[in-house]
Design a protein around this ligand. Structure first.
Ligand SMILES: Nc1ncnc2c1ncn2[C@@H]1O[C@H](COP(=O)(O)OP(=O)(O)OP(=O)(O)O)[C@@H](O)[C@H]1O
Length: 337
């Protein structure tokens, strides 16, 4: 459904120099610098798959999405989406896709969302009956009844995002590019959006490429993730395998019985942990509680030592947060699948 081969996108950026004379000179002799926003990436996404596209700020995610939707022309490489070359801007292609950017609005600010919906109805030449049916479904699923007729500028962020999503889906695209669709939303509204995206994917067999800095979106929706940093694809595969590959550490959370004073107990614990390579105390702020990070392969030895030498009343072992694991993936080199 989405096929990307050796995609590269460079931007030419005008270098400004400081000082009046230098600025004047640069009017005549412009200096340019090349930003390699996307640097030779390849991937295929089959029909109906939801893929999480992850990476730090400036990694190249939005640029890739803009090339895939035809907003930007690639510097080199081949891209096909639903069988179309995006930058040829065929009408049939535009009817198949939609892009939602959490940071940008496609709704007209001063009028109610329903007016923007009618504009989209005209742009996409949606037949009246089909428009009514889709609108009814979207109003029900996203609970839009009370907000459709209010000017967009009066809506809360969550209400506006629901309208943005509805506007983007009126023509029932089967390929979606969602760039931070839940950004800034409260936890409840993030959950509403997530459930809706999952339903839409199921109902229309929609293929979805999603960027989000909220790991809960990714773990709830995506069977596959691609990690990009500095324009290069570092990882492409399952989320469980990503955790397996990059999480070298485990977290042990301990709660102790008040058999020893807190400070004395933590002092003894520090001495015991110092003897284990790669293990460290990451949080000892709470009374009689400590969190450790230890190398995966030493978890059972260290747990056994703690249970035999300290008055442990509770011990839990967890993976570090997905956020910190992905952070490790960003900084690791040569991790290409
Ligand atoms: N129009 C542009 N002109 C010049 N450079 C650009 C332009 N758009 C993006 N860039 C640069 O290209 C790189 C990739 O940017 P891009 O917006 O694709 O990253 P991103 O992964 O979407 O980041 P974020 O998570 O912050 O949205 C960055 O270095 C950015 O500064």
């Amino acid at each position: 459904m989405i096929e990307v081969e050796h995609l590269t996108k460079h931007y030419q950026v005008h270098e400004r120099e400081g000082g009046f004379l230098a600025s004047l000179g640069s009017l005549f002799h412009r200096k340019y610098r090349t930003v390699k926003a996307v640097d030779d990436i390849s991937f295929h996404i089959p029909e109906g798959q939801i893929v999480g596209f992850l990476g730090p700020n400036g990694a190249g995610k939005t640029t890739t999405m803009k090339v895939l939707t035809g907003l930007l022309h690639p510097t080199s490489g081949q891209v096909k989406v639903g069988g179309y070359v995006p930058f040829e801007h065929k009408n049939a292609f535009k009817r198949r896709i939609s892009m939602v950017m959490g940071q940008k609005s496609q709704l007209i600010w001063d009028v109610p969302a329903i007016e923007s919906f009618l504009v989209n109805k005209a742009i996409y030449e949606i037949e009246h009956k089909e428009y009514q049916a889709t609108l009814e479904t979207l109003v029900e699923l996203l609970d839009l009844g009370a907000i459709l007729h209010k000017p967009v500028r009066q809506l809360s962020l969550g209400e506006r995002m629901k309208c943005e999503l509805a506007a983007a889906l009126l023509h029932r695209p089967d390929i979606l590019f969602l760039d931070e669709p839940t950004i800034g939303l409260d936890v409840h509204m993030q959950e509403v959006m997530r459930r809706f995206i999952a339903d839409y994917n199921r109902s229309y067999k929609a293929t979805i490429l999603l960027t989000s800095h909220y790991m809960a979106d990714v773990t709830a929706l995506c069977e596959r993730v691609m990690v990009i940093a500095q324009g290069q694809l570092l990882y492409d595969g399952g989320i469980a395998q990503l955790i397996e590959r990059y999480s070298r550490l485990k977290r042990i959370k301990l709660q102790f019985a008040p058999e020893l004073p807190d400070q004395e107990l933590k002092q003894q614990l520090r001495q015991a942990i110092q003897r284990v390579d790669g293990a460290e105390i990451v949080d000892a702020g709470e009374e009689l509680q400590v969190e450790l990070e230890v190398p995966r392969e030493q978890v059972s030895t260290i747990s056994a030592m703690l249970l035999s030498q300290f008055p442990v009343v509770d011990l839990t072992i967890e993976d570090p947060s997905v956020e910190s694991i992905i952070g490790q993936a960003y900084t690791s080199q040569g991790a290409r699948e």
